[in-house]
Write a protein that binds this ligand. Structure first.
Ligand code: NAP
Length: 275
């Protein structure tokens, strides 16, 4: 029997994770299979029992289970605890552990950026924004601020992490060296073509980081590129959070370049299929 891995969420919708991890298992000749398991919120306790008894060797966790799953684990990393969300469940011996690899995913594409931006603004105050703020602080960016359409949510996030809270209307007033879109603005569908930033307000030499990865080049990234900014696509975050999950589950490294090609092809194909 192949070792069982998978993703839980509700509604699960389309996810690139099965393609990524099954490709990784195949490349290393591992007898393992990664499934998509749509799971309603009330099914979580029974499912987590299954994880222990079957056993299931690893889980990706998405909305709405990221917080609730914590009650079913033996150990939670400091990083996941700080964010209040687990996106990865793995075994360490007989202990069922929780990690948040979204933060690792946020950080990884910025490791090569030299010099490190001295200031960062995160747009949005949901789960992705929390991962971005935690990641930027972990990287050592000295000044981090958050702005959100609903100010109360930005205030709560800012208080949790001890960062600045900006008014949504004044978010572009300062020449931020890193601007991170952690809203769904620009995502394919109803919000495609939208952006949370003004094209003429990118600071010279800034880094523009979009957490949205579908489409690969959002309006935010296109305008940032045209303004001479360095751009980071949400695909990099997705890739690196997945590579970190794979490492926790198998102790092995997935081929990064091959995995990136796989995701790029999958996203391009999806785009073409949707016409
Ligand atoms: P979420 O928890 O629902 O938060 C969404 C945030 O965006 C909220 O702060 C919301 O503001 C704001 N927002 C939504 N619509 C807006 C609009 N029209 N104008 C301005 N602000 C708006 O979502 P999430 O989980 O953080 O995900 C955010 C995005 O990141 C999604 O596109 C998701 O696909 C992407 N994501 C990517 C990765 C990756 O690996 N690259 C990982 C996770 C998420 P309010 O508080 O005012 O509603």
């Amino acid at each position: 029997m192949p070792r069982a891995y998978g993703i839980i969420g509700w509604p699960l919708g389309h996810t690139l994770s099965p393609a990524l991890h099954n490709w990784g298992f195949g490349g290393l000749g591992l007898d393992a299979r990664y499934e998509a398991w749509p799971l309603k919120p009330d099914g979580l306790p029974a499912f987590m029992e299954r994880v222990r008894t079957e056993p299931i060797h690893g889980l990706s966790v998405t909305i709405p289970h990221k917080r609730a799953v914590m009650a079913h684990l033996d150990t939670i990393s400091d990083r996941a605890r700080a964010i209040g969300a687990v996106n990865t469940v793995y075994w360490d011996g007989d202990r069922l552990c929780g990690e948040n690899t979204d933060v690792i995913g946020v950080i990884a594409p910025l490791r090569g950026v030299d010099p490190l931006p001295r200031s960062a603004v995160v747009l949005g105050a949901g789960g992705a924004a929390r991962a971005a703020v935690a990641g930027f602080l972990e990287l050592g960016i000295p000044r981090v601020a958050v702005a959100n359409r609903t100010r109360a949510k930005a205030e709560a996030l800012a208080a949790d992490f001890g960062v600045e809270c900006l008014d949504w209307d004044t978010r572009t007033d300062f020449p931020w060296e890193l601007v991170c879109n952690a809203t769904p603005l620009g995502m394919s569908g109803d919000l495609a073509g939208e952006t949370p930033w003004n094209a003429d307000r990118f600071a010279e030499g800034a880094v523009a980081y979009d957490i949205v990865y579908n489409p690969l080049e959002t309006r935010f990234l296109a305008e940032a590129g045209a303004a001479g900014c360095r751009t980071v696509s949400g695909l990099e975050m997705f890739l690196h959070q997945g590579l970190a999950q794979f490492r926790l589950w198998t102790g092995r490294e997935m081929d990064e370049a091959g995995a990136r090609r796989l995701l790029l092809t999958a996203l391009t194909t999806q785009k073409n299929e949707k016409g």
